[in-house]
Structures are given as structure tokens and as C-alpha cells.
Design a protein around this ligand. Structure first.
Ligand SMILES: [Zn+2]
Ligand SMILES: [Zn+2]
Length: 85
């Protein structure tokens, strides 16, 4: 049985990952909801909301450096691995 397509009211693309939370996120993707209502900064930069994915990335980068790993090198290795798959 086909389920009806739910389109995001912000970016107009189909919502799939958080399909069941469509109403909870005001008819948007989770990320679109965050950017529309919670993100209080340039969309390309982290905001002060602990749910912000940019903020999450910064937390991980900081911890990698504490563990004496270079975040850029980790990314380069992942990209090389991706290209070889
Ligand atoms: Zn969207
Ligand atoms: Zn944010």
C-alpha cells in the first residue's frame, strides 16, 4: 500500500526520514524546522541551540582534536574511502 507523499512547506521536497513527525515539525523536514524556528544565526554557521547540527559538528571536531586526531585528516580519509567504494 502506498503512503501519501508529504512535502515540506519550507523547501517543497518530500519528507521521508521524519515522516511520522511531519505535523510535529509544522509540515517540514526536521532541519527545515530548525532553520525556520530555532536557528538564530547565519544558516552556514552554528547557532546556540543544542540540537543544531553545525553545533554537533563543532563538538565532534573539538573532541577529535582533544584525542589528537586532525578533523580535516579524518574527513580526507573518509572521502578517499568513499571514492574507493
Ligand atoms: Zn524541507
Ligand atoms: Zn542551528
Amino acid at each position: 500500500m502506498d503512503v501519501p507523499v508529504k512535502l515540506c512547506t519550507r523547501c517543497h521536497k518530500p519528507v521521508t526520514k521524519h515522516y511520522d513527525d511531519y505535523e510535529l515539525f509544522e509540515g517540514m523536514h526536521w532541519l527545515c524546522f530548525h532553520l525556520e524556528f530555532e536557528h538564530n544565526a547565519d544558516p552556514d554557521e552554528k547557532c546556540s541551540d543544542p540540537g543544531c547540527p553545525w553545533w554537533h559538528i563543532e563538538v565532534y571536531r573539538k573532541r577529535l582534536r582533544e584525542l589528537h586526531e586532525d578533523p580535516e585528516k579524518v574527513l580526507e580519509e573518509a572521502i578517499a574511502k568513499l571514492a574507493s567504494e
